[in-house]
Design a protein. Structure first.
Lengths: 446, 107
């Protein structure tokens, strides 16, 4: 282990100690120590990134957006790291007695400053020829991203622990860096890229349905089911993670269903909410069953993007309480969302079946040496997915009908009395047209 | 015919944490309103730890299923050791992210 590697490990250990507990960094009261440490970590990140990945940098004018991040993650991360962190705003007035954990927190920031300074010094004084380049440089990029991400978590902790929440806007770039660094870490740690460019869907087809409010959740959930059903390839781990993440959405909807709606539907809704939570529990079983499995092909990225949009949209609306309040005023969207959420199970089950049938999912062999073989059709994941599908079909029939409220556009089937609608659909051939011969028609069977 | 997939060895402390988290994720007894959020949380933390390339070999799933509240102290101990033990920066910071997530859930 070189001296630089040892110093980098010390920096990572100190950052990990602080990032592992959100209460550690936030108790700091020494703005000088905090700011110097934050600056030192950021400077280390940009110096190393500039040295190992110079060709990856493309200048991004203005504020980078999500599209920039998707196309040029390293350039976006570098652009965000290019600014020094906004200074930490100390407490407006410190109490005379020390705050809980204050001394320990200030000491942790001091240790971080020391570790970052030493790592920067060792890197800068190393022989440029000894620095990683080409394929090995990706490991260093992954380290930079992981450290930038951890530094952003500390910024988030500082903001969360600050008494003046309105004044915590100075940590906004920390959120952006966390997202960009997470993307770069995934990219850098994913190993050598394939030599041939894989066929990718056209960029416009990658665009997920956005969740801008509670009324756009149902279309996004319907899109998720359609994308999962049509995904070219999803590894068993990804399928399991999608199922478990979807379980969180189902749980949110169950909570809203039980807490809102007309009192007359209270008992029905509570029962359905319990059944939906059971459905969520069974979705988790898919993830459990997929844990030991592997796949060699790259994932279709669209389901994960759509899922991220759904979870992000719900987070933007707020806590589960805020979501319930939003749904209370829009029961139609709630019931539509429940229906759309239940479409995921059959889509996931069909996709899992197709993957197993095609032999693209692998399970470990039962031998001394680890090897892999095709997943058998009766594997636990197939059974778990099938149970989810059956339950989704049953639950879909239990969704109460939305009660029309206020003035709004109504579909013809909502306006026509049921018997008229029925008769209209059952009417015979038009009298202006010659009668088609039908069995049992005494005039037409000639 | 057996197929080869490149894997990387799983460090002892991470393996220990994963085995306990798997036990919590597989726990299907107890009231639904308690076990469902705990199973989801255990799975999320496990996903953080297993987000590596090349992948780890299959984790130990032989430990009897227990509620997350019972497994959490052992997971915290294992991840604290993973942070302090010698290892690559990415591994330490991944353990820190997992530990942070677990602490936020258990708070």
């Amino acid at each position: 282990v070189s001296r630089y590697e040892a110093d980098l490990e010390r920096l990572a250990t100190q950052l990990a100690r602080m990032a592992a507990d959100p209460t550690v960094a936030s108790a700091a009261t020494d703005p000088a120590a905090v700011d110097r440490a934050r600056l030192a970590v950021r400077q280390w990140c940009r110096t190393v990134l500039d040295d190992v990945a110079p060709v990856q940098h493309v200048h991004i004018a203005g504020r980078p957006g999500l599209a920039d991040l998707a196309h040029r993650p390293i350039s976006v991360l570098r652009a965000l790291l290019g600014h020094d962190p906004h200074p930490f705003e100390p407490y407006p007035s410190l109490p005379e007695t020390p705050l809980p954990g204050e001394y320990a927190a200030n000491e942790q920031w001091q240790n971080l400053l020391g570790a970052a300074d030493v790592a920067s010094h060792e890197w800068s004084s190393s022989d440029p020829a000894s620095r990683p380049s080409g394929e090995p440089a990706w490991a260093t990029v992954a380290d930079v991203a992981a450290i930038a991400e951890a530094g952003a978590l500390l910024d988030r902790d500082l903001a969360a622990g600050h008494p003046d929440k309105r004044g915590a806007g100075w940590t906004r770039d920390g959120w952006e860096i966390a997202v960009a660094a997470g993307e770069v870490r995934q990219l850098a740690a994913s190993g050598p890229l394939l030599s041939a460019t894989p066929l990718r869907p056209a960029p416009h087809r990658l665009k997920p349905v956005s969740v801008r409010g509670i009324d756009t959740l149902a279309p996004a959930l319907a899109s998720l089911a359609a994308i999962v059903a049509g995904a070219k390839h999803l590894g068993p781990g990804t399928m399991g993670a999608l199922a478990a993440t979807h379980a969180q959405t189902v749980r949110t909807l169950a909570g809203a269903l039980a807490a809102t709606g007309p009192p007359a539907q209270g008992a029905v809704r509570k029962q359905l909410a319990t059944n939906l939570n059971n459905h969520a529990d069974m979705l988790v079983n898919v993830q459990v069953a997929g844990r030991p499995l592997q796949s060699l092909e790259p994932d279709d990225p669209r389901p994960a993007l759509q899922m991220r949009e759904i979870r992000g949209g719900l987070r933007r609306i707020g806590t589960s309480g805020s979501v319930q309040i939003a749904f209370r005023n829009d029961q139609t969207s709630l019931l539509r969302s429940v229906g759309a959420a239940l479409a995921f199970g059959p889509a996931m089950s069909a996709s899992a079946y197709a993957h197993i049938q095609s032999g693209r999912w692998l399970q470990p062999t039962h031998s001394d040496r680890l090897g892999w073989e095709k997943v058998s059709p009766d594997a636990p994941i197939a059974e778990a997915a099938m149970l989810v599908r059956g339950q989704a079909h049953t639950l879909a029939r239990q969704i109460p009908r939305p009660r029309p409220t206020g003035l709004r556009h109504r579909a013809p089937h909502e306006l026509l009395p049921r018997h008229l609608l029925y008769r209209d659909r059952q009417r015979g051939p038009s009298p202006l047209l010659p009668h088609a011969p039908t069995f049992g028609d005494p005039q037409g069977g000639r | 015919m057996s197929i080869e997939i490149p894997t990387q060895p799983i460090p002892d402390h991470i393996a220990e944490a994963c085995a306990w988290l798997s036990a919590a994720e597989r726990y299907t007894d107890g009231p639904l309103e308690v076990r469902l959020p705990e199973r989801l949380a255990a799975g999320d933390v496990l996903n953080v730890l297993l987000d590596v390339h090349p992948p780890y070999p299959p984790i130990d799933t032989s430990r009897p299923a227990v509620p997350l509240a019972e497994a959490a102290p052992a997971v915290v101990r294992a991840l604290e050791k993973a942070i302090e033990a010698s290892g690559p920066p990415e591994q330490k910071l991944r353990a820190a992210r997992a530990l942070r997530q677990l602490r936020q859930v258990m708070r």
